[in-house]
Design a protein. Structure first.
Length: 181
């Protein structure tokens, strides 16, 4: 199933941005995007090996995502990839749940792009995938990501102590959810 959306850039930002499924052919552009945003993303992500920032490293990462049952999309702007948004841990049956993760290029933050991308993925998650609930976790001090989730109708549901190893440390996260139907 291919899920693609054009973001309403007129109401979001001066950027012309499209959201489309991640492809293996995106490895070079994704490696460039990660290199450009390495310092910007470092406080919010796991420690990354040098290999991760190479084309070969991104090729392997994309293969892992696509074979591992994740649904990743890239945000494509005038300069190439300006973000990534992914649904992981998709569970069917009575749960109908997935986890949401995303990042936006440093030059594109504060323009509503993350909110537009999250809303587009939520619409696809409910309408095309039939998911009932999407959950997301943020570091307790990640106010920008918490604001995106709040704008997109997420509610905070708890605190998970030492939840993920981010920037080399086991860090607490705030848990959020959005019920889609």
């Amino acid at each position: 199933m291919i899920l693609t959306r054009t973001l309403d850039a007129a109401s979001v930002s001066p950027l012309d941005v499209n959201l489309r499924p991640l492809e293996l052919s995106d490895a070079e552009s994704l490696a460039e995007a990660y290199l450009c945003n390495r310092e910007h993303l470092a406080p919010w992500e796991p420690l990354r090996s040098e290999e991760f920032f190479t084309i070969a490293g991104q090729r392997e990462s994309i293969r892992t995502k696509l074979l591992g049952g994740e649904l990743p999309w890239v945000l494509i702007g005038d300069t190439g990839i300006v973000g990534l948004i992914t649904l992981t841990g998709i569970v069917r049956g009575p749960f109908l749940n997935a986890n949401l993760g995303y990042w936006i290029d440093q030059a594109c933050t504060g323009k509503g792009l993350a909110s537009a991308a999250v809303e587009a993925v939520l619409a696809m998650a409910g309408n095309e995938l039939g998911l009932h609930r999407i959950q997301a976790a943020t570091l307790t001090h990640n106010a920008a990501s918490q604001a995106v989730l709040k704008r997109c109708g997420f509610e905070q549901i708890g605190l998970a102590s030492r939840y993920l190893n981010i920037a080399g440390e086991w860090q607490d996260h705030l848990l959020h959810q959005r019920i889609l139907f």
